[in-house]
Write a protein that binds this ligand. Structure first.
Ligand SMILES: [Zn+2]
Ligand SMILES: [Zn+2]
Length: 635
């Protein structure tokens, strides 16, 4: 038989040759370094046979960043973890141990609880296994043999997994440990150059809380120590930037068990919040949006008309009152439909762009709530644009331009994804050709690169999702721009066209920053709590050196406040050094130390990230003006 190599050359092999045999035929070095074979795009264990005509690519210990190569390395390390745990904790029951995005885990049922302190000893035992060296062997067996084997070993989870297995049942063995496993696995432990057990968590068997709670041990592994170090460094940075931690440190917000998923904003957090609101209002006014305000509660009949009762009821908070069922709004759309429908509309009135950032409530499951990133109390920078068919492209263009402006303002890289007609679409293919085409040409006209998600649109229309990548390389979905002709029709909306006939308008649902709570959370992490000057809750702090300087310090603060800046005075009986450090922890952009030598012509100024200098008050105000202008870079 013949297989095809990446350079398109063909390799002649005996029928039924395995991956590792093919690697050996190419060269001993490759055979030694190979960890996995990719066949027609899918991964396969090196021990399995290849078939005639297959295109083959070997992954080796040099593919240190390849997700598949990392996957096999980490999966193999998970097996080493299970071997170590079985040796150290006789009687332990083993469940599953898959690789995950940044590492792996294995679930165990221990006879006695273990703690994070025990991880070091387990990790040590894995290292000993690697030093000794382990080779993996693979065997296949029947269902009865597999069940019999794990019953004899008193491993009930494995028995259950074997009974559920589809196709061939395979076992992988290293040392004295055998696991039920589909593979693939490394040939031996030599490629595992760095590993770390990272944490411990509870996890229910099969994710079902009615089942036994198991202990999940998380870990990770790499092809080099340098890669592991870089990974741990990234984790540490992410921890230091965690918005929940910074929210406390910077006194921005907190959560209370009496209203899960709903932040309580502190005065300093409110400054940031209001700055985002001001930005939204300013740009809306510039871009021809009209601010509106619609009710928080509507009766069930409205939600039936809008379609939310059918599609979204599970996520709504409902209230029984006056013998009726009412729902707290999870979205603004229905209110804006009522507004549009409240008057006769002509094509000359269009487009109409309603904007509202009122409070929405979504009943997210308690277990999915996560700081500001997933909340029940949601405030979107929401808008609904009503327009004619001919206006769609320009309106989408306007939304994209607005989004690009906002993301640029916060120094965020934005990615756009265009989602097209799904299988359960409403409307004809001609209609979808038109609407998808309009979104596509708007993207191209604005010069934005985008990815295509075929079949991922909503059933009522195509959409563009906005994603940003933060400083740590993590990707977040932020806003969305969705085209819809269904909801206006459900509400019976129309406008009089130039032909003197009634037409149904299109509506664009769009939120650009998305949920402001979530945006604030991502922004806090993106800037690591160091808000740009225009967003900083306290922009300048004055520190009087001694008691006798307090009067002058307060005068200086009043002067800055009078100029429109947020300034305070720290008069506590602490040393100047301690007060400077506290201001640094609060990440305040400017700290002014005021003592005997200071005056309006000579101020001791520490600018965040720039060190100390002596400037006059006028120079300082000049610098403030310059920085404040960053809030509004448009011409
Ligand atoms: Zn496995
Ligand atoms: Zn909407």
């Amino acid at each position: 038989m013949k297989i095809v190599l990446p350079d398109s050359s063909e390799l002649e092999l005996p029928d039924g040759a395995t991956g590792i045999e093919a690697a050996r035929a190419i060269g001993p070095k490759l055979a030694e370094q190979a960890v996995l074979v990719r066949v027609n795009g899918a991964t396969r264990d090196l021990r399995l046979p290849l078939a005639d005509g297959e295109s083959v690519r070997f992954l080796t210990t040099r593919d240190t960043q390849d997700p598949d190569a990392l996957y096999v390395l980490r999966h193999s390390t998970a097996h080493l973890l299970a071997e170590a745990v079985m040796r150290l904790y006789p009687g332990v029951k083993i469940a599953i141990g898959p690789p995950i995005a940044d590492g792996f885990y294995y679930d165990f049922e221990f006879t006695e609880p273990i703690s994070e302190d025990d991880l070091a000893a387990i990790e040590h035992e894995i290292r000993r296994e690697i030093e000794d060296g382990r080779v993996w062997t693979r065997e296949e067996l029947s269902l009865e043999d597999a069940v019999g084997r794990f019953e004899a070993e008193s491993q009930p989870y494995k028995v259950e997994l074997a009974r559920d297995a589809e196709g061939t049942i395979s076992l992988y063995t290293q040392g004295d440990f055998t696991d039920l496993c589909r593979g693939p696995h490394l040939q031996d432990t030599s490629p595992i150059k760095a590993l770390k057990l990272t944490s411990l968590a509870g996890a229910y068997w099969r994710g079902d809380e009615r089942n036994t709670q198991l202990t999940r041990i998380y870990g990770t592994a790499f092809y080099s120590q340098a890669d592991l170090d870089a990974h741990l460094e990234r984790l540490e940075q992410a921890r230091a930037r965690d918005h929940r931690r910074l929210g406390v440190q910077l006194d921005l917000f907190h959560f209370d068990e009496h209203s899960p998923g709903s932040p309580l904003w502190h005065p300093k957090g409110m400054v940031v919040w209001n700055a985002l609101e001001d930005l939204r209002r300013r740009e809306n006014a510039r871009r021809g949006y009209l601010e509106v305000k619609t009710p928080l509660i509507y009766d069930k009949a409205l939600w039936i008309t809008s379609g939310h009762w059918e599609k979204f009821r599970e996520n709504m908070f409902l209230i029984e009152e006056e013998g009726k069922t009412w729902g707290l709004k999870p979205m603004n759309c229905p209110g804006h439909m009522l507004l549009f429908g409240s008057q006769l509309r002509s094509y000359r009135d269009l487009p109409i762009r309603y904007a509202e950032s009122s409070t929405l409530h979504r009943n997210e499951l308690a277990g999915t709530l996560h700081g500001l990133l997933r909340v029940r109390h949601v405030t979107q920078d929401d808008s609904h644009i009503f327009g004619t068919r001919e206006q769609i492209e320009d309106e989408i263009f306007g939304c994209l331009d607005y989004a690009a402006y906002l993301y640029d303002l916060f120094g965020m890289d934005c990615r756009f994804e265009l989602s097209t007609r799904p299988e359960n679409k409403l409307g004809t293919d001609e209609e979808w050709d038109f609407t998808e085409g309009a979104l596509q040409s708007a993207l191209e006209r604005r010069g934005l690169a985008y990815e295509l998600n075929e079949g991922d649109g909503a059933f009522y229309g195509p959409k563009i999702d906005l994603h940003m990548t933060d400083v740590l390389g993590r990707s977040w979905q932020m806003g969305t721009i969705q085209l819809d002709s269904q909801m206006p029709a459900r509400f019976g909306l129309s406008y009089m066209g130039p032909d003197n006939r009634e037409h149904t308008p299109y509506v664009v649902h769009r939120a650009l920053l998305g949920a402001l709570e979530r945006f604030a959370g991502i922004l806090i992490e993106h800037v690591g709590g160091e808000f740009p000057f225009w967003l900083a809750p306290v922009q300048a702090r004055v520190l009087p050196v001694g008691e006798s300087h307090r009067g002058a310090a307060r005068t200086l603060q009043a002067r800055l406040v009078g100029e429109g800046y947020r300034a305070d005075v720290d008069e506590r009986d602490e040393t100047v050094g301690k007060r400077i450090r506290d201001a640094e922890l609060e990440k305040i952009p400017f700290v002014l130390v005021y003592g005997d030598r200071e005056s309006d012509v000579a101020l001791a100024v520490r600018e965040r990230g720039a060190g100390q200098s002596t400037v006059s008050l006028d120079e300082l105000l000049g610098r403030f003006t310059e920085l404040a202008a960053e809030a509004d870079p448009s011409p």
